[in-house]
Design a protein around this ligand. Structure first.
Ligand code: SF4
Length: 143
C-alpha cells in the first residue's frame, strides 16, 4: 500500500474513534488516555493489525497510539530524490537519532522501528489536535 493510501485509510479510522469519544464528552486528557495501547487493543481491535498479536510496534511500557504514524515523517510516493542510483521515498524531518534510512534494494525508506518519539503521552499532548488529518497533512511532500 502506498504511504498516501495508508494515511487516508488510517485517518478515517482515527476520525471515527475520536468522533465516538466526543459524543461521550471526554476531555483531551481522557481522549489521549483512550489511545493507550492496552486500551486500544481491547476496544478498537481494527485500528492496528498488531493488536491481534498483542504486539507493540515499539518496546515501551506505555505506548500511546494517537499519533501513529508520526508528524515528523516525510514522504512522497513518487520518490523524493535519487541517491546513488536508489530512490528515496521517505525521511525524518527532525533527523531523530533513533531513526535511520533503510535501504531495500533500489528503494530508501525511513525506518522508525527504534524511535519512540510520537508514542509518548507527553509528545501527544504537545502536538494534539482532534483532527489527526490536520496534524499529518505536513507529512506528504508536495512537489
Ligand atoms: S524517526 Fe522517530 S521522529 Fe522521525 S519520523 Fe520516525 S518516528 Fe518520527
Amino acid at each position: 500500500m502506498s504511504y498516501k493510501n495508508w494515511l487516508r485509510e488510517h485517518g478515517v479510522k482515527h476520525k471515527k474513534i475520536v468522533e465516538k469519544l466526543l459524543t461521550q464528552d471526554l476531555t483531551q486528557e481522557k481522549i489521549i488516555e483512550y489511545f493507550d495501547f492496552e486500551n486500544m487493543k481491547e476496544k478498537e481491535s481494527d485500528f492496528c493489525p498488531l493488536y491481534a498479536q498483542n504486539k507493540k510496534c515499539h518496546d515501551m511500557k506505555e505506548l500511546n497510539c494517537y499519533l501513529c504514524s508520526c508528524p515528523n515523517f516525510r514522504f512522497s510516493d513518487a520518490g523524493i530524490q535519487s541517491i546513488e542510483n536508489k530512490i528515496q521515498y521517505s525521511f525524518c524531518s527532525i533527523d531523530s537519532k533513533d531513526g535511520r534510512q533503510g535501504v531495500y534494494g533500489e528503494k530508501i525508506h525511513q525506518d522508525c522501528s527504534r524511535c519512540q518519539v510520537p508514542h509518548t503521552k507527553e509528545y501527544v499532548h504537545k502536538h494534539f489536535d482532534l483532527e489527526w488529518n490536520k496534524i499529518m497533512q505536513i507529512c506528504e511532500i508536495q512537489k
